[in-house]
Design a protein around this ligand. Structure first.
Ligand code: FAD
Ligand code: SF4
Length: 542
């Protein structure tokens, strides 16, 4: 790593990937710093012991697992949060559903007005779609799990539709010039795609950034940033070395894209060391009304457990993690809208499922072969539902003894959870199944809500009394007014000031695309967005 760059991007999820790609295309010398590891296609966990090694649990005093583990679980006193850790961030382990929120979301006064005043939000969504290429699987209605969702949808009098997912369903060379083979419908998207068909940030924006000169460093964590005259000093420690020597790198521009938890944590630490920031820092945390729940014992086969790559079981076509969804907009009250998606559990979890879901499952698991139990027995009738909706975004992120903690007293009383319970109970009844809110309900972990869509903490606002960043993602320089710290940006889920009622990856990408256009205009920079595949030969997959 050099001593200084024009731009340091912290984190490599959607926000970080967009910033690195666009700013390196603008001729800036860009350095990306990611706390996690690079996981090449083929090296994602396919078996339970591998999956276990990728788990890190963070819960106040309690900590276990490698700090570079792909699955970073924050166990909270009120709510649990799951985020991805690795080169590509959450994109490595997410289901890839890419939706644009209901227009009423952006009309809410939680956002600064400017966000929808210019045409750049639409341009952001357009660019996000060109790079990430969401598509609906044409044969989705033929999948067993889609048909099971169809039966469940009778409860709402509304048919499901195929869900747009960032998956390549045909062999392709993508806009970053990377060759991607077609999806094998193995279902293992949430443990990482070992085929290379998921259009992750590691397959799209990051190779684009690298091809334009960005330098990318992994297994390094940013602790805080410090203003030094006209530039910024970014303080770094090795992620998994407890006593590694601290180091730093300087840059004129710093883009914090460490995710909702990560960017808020970096700014909270920076504030502890004297950086002037809005008092809204850490406020406005939302779980995006995100819920995972199950139903078991129904009449219909679901085939909702992945088979992996290479397949652990022949004879079942699963489909990408999410293939169908039931859209339930409430035209009177936005906050009552919800989307119910059917989901697939990764094949690496298969050995645990009899234990979680079936009475005496431990014995059953021992007595029967795993294949019979999971792919042919009762668990082939297991429905997994992902729901997205709305909450009041009143959670708080705080530093406690140097680590980030999520606080949201009585979050479980948020009306969204009762509404979703009611809807899923009806869906389970429609398929003749038993609704299982949480297979861990008898443990303290299972009684609390959990989310994989954390938002907020550095929310956008008109000024520092209402937000931490402005509509261009520039960080306000104090508790009042519209003044900003020159060269300091937050671009990721942290800037979203409310729940958005749909899966957030496309919105995060679009808001960052929008912010990059403003950054370029404000600094007399320019960049083109022409796909690399049209300009240069394809890079081999790897
Ligand atoms: C299992 C699962 C399924 C999901 N399914 C969907 C879905 O279908 N559709 C959808 O839209 N969303 C989905 N999501 C959510 C989505 O993936 C996230 O909202 C998205 O990844 C957030 O993007 P981001 O840019 O804000 O941050 P992230 O993608 O979280 O990236 C932040 C990056 O910063 C790194 N980082 C953190 N702290 C530091 C630090 N101090 N120094 C250096 N690096 C740091 C992290 O390791 C990470 O790589 C899912 C998430 C999970 C976990
Ligand atoms: S279903 Fe399998 S091959 Fe297709 S995107 Fe998901 S993990 Fe990759």
């Amino acid at each position: 790593m050099k001593a200084a760059y024009d731009v340091v991007v912290v984190g490599s999820g959607y926000g970080g990937g967009v910033a690195a790609s666009r700013l390196s295309r603008a001729g800036q010398r860009v350095c990306v710093i990611e706390r996690g590891r690079e996981v090449p296609t083929g090296a994602f966990p396919g078996r339970l012991p591998e999956l276990r090694r990728e788990l890190q649990l963070n819960g106040g005093k309690m900590r276990s697992g490698a700090r570079t583990g792909l699955y970073d679980f924050h166990l909270g006193a009120d709510i649990h949060v799951l985020v991805g850790c690795g080169l590509g961030g959450g994109s490595l382990i997410n289901a890839g559903v890419a939706l644009r929120p209901d227009a009423r979301v952006f009309a809410d006064r939680a956002w600064p007005e400017e966000v929808t005043k210019d045409e750049l939000l639409d341009l952001g969504f357009e660019r996000a779609q060109i790079m990430l290429r969401p598509s609906r699987y044409a044969k989705a209605p033929e999948l067993t799990k889609y048909r099971a969702l169809e039966t469940a949808s009778a409860a709402f009098g509304q048919d499901p539709v195929a869900a747009p997912v960032v998956v390549s369903f045909e062999d392709t060379v993508n806009p970053a010039g990377v060759a991607q083979p077609a999806c094998t419908l193995c279902g293992d998207c949430c443990s990482g795609c070992n085929v290379g068909a998921k259009n992750t940030v590691a397959m799209t924006y990051l190779p684009d950034a690298k091809a334009h000169g960005a330098e990318i460093f992994t297994e390094l964590s940013v602790s805080h940033v410090e203003k030094r005259g006209q530039s910024w000093r970014v303080h770094i420690v090795a992620t998994d070395e407890k006593d590694g020597a601290p180091r730093y790198v300087d840059a004129k521009t710093v883009v914090l894209s460490a995710g909702t938890l990560g960017s808020t944590e970096v700014l909270l630490r920076s504030r502890e060391r004297g950086l002037k920031l809005s008092d809204r820092l850490g406020e406005g945390f939302s779980a995006n009304g995100d819920i995972i729940a199950f139903a078991l014992g129904g009449r219909q086969k679901v085939n909702g457990i992945g088979v992996g790559e290479p397949p652990k079981f022949d004879g079942a076509t699963i489909g990408a993690c999410v293939a169908g969804q039931i859209e339930l907009p409430d035209h009177g009250d936005l906050d009552h809208s919800m989307i119910i998606q059917e989901g697939v559990l990764p094949s690496a979890l298969a050995p645990l499922l009899p234990v979680f879901f079936i009475k005496g499952g431990r014995l059953l698991g021992a007595a029967q072969s795993l294949i019979k139990g999971v792919y042919q027995g009762p668990l082939s009738h297991l429905h997994t539902f992902f729901v997205v909706s709305h909450d009041d975004a009143k959670g708080h992120l705080k530093l406690e003894k140097g680590s980030l903690r999520v606080h949201w007293p009585n979050v479980a009383e948020q009306p969204v959870y009762a509404r979703v319970d009611e809807a899923l109970t009806k869906a389970a009844q429609a398929v003749g199944a038993r609704y299982i809110k949480s297979p861990l309900a008898t443990t303290s972990a299972g009684t609390k809500p959990a989310t994989a869509h954390p938002l907020g903490g550095c929310g956008m606002g008109e000024d520092a009394t209402r937000g931490v960043v402005n509509h261009k993602c520039q960080v306000f320089d104090g508790a009042n007014g519209e003044g900003v710290h020159t060269g300091l940006y937050v671009c990721d889920g942290a800037v979203i000031p409310r729940s958005i009622g749909c899966n957030p990856l496309l919105t995060i990408t679009a808001l960052t695309e929008r912010a990059m256009v403003h950054l370029a205009r404000d600094h007399n920079l320019g960049f083109d967005t022409a796909p690399l595949r049209d300009r240069e030969r394809a890079l081999p997959l790897g």
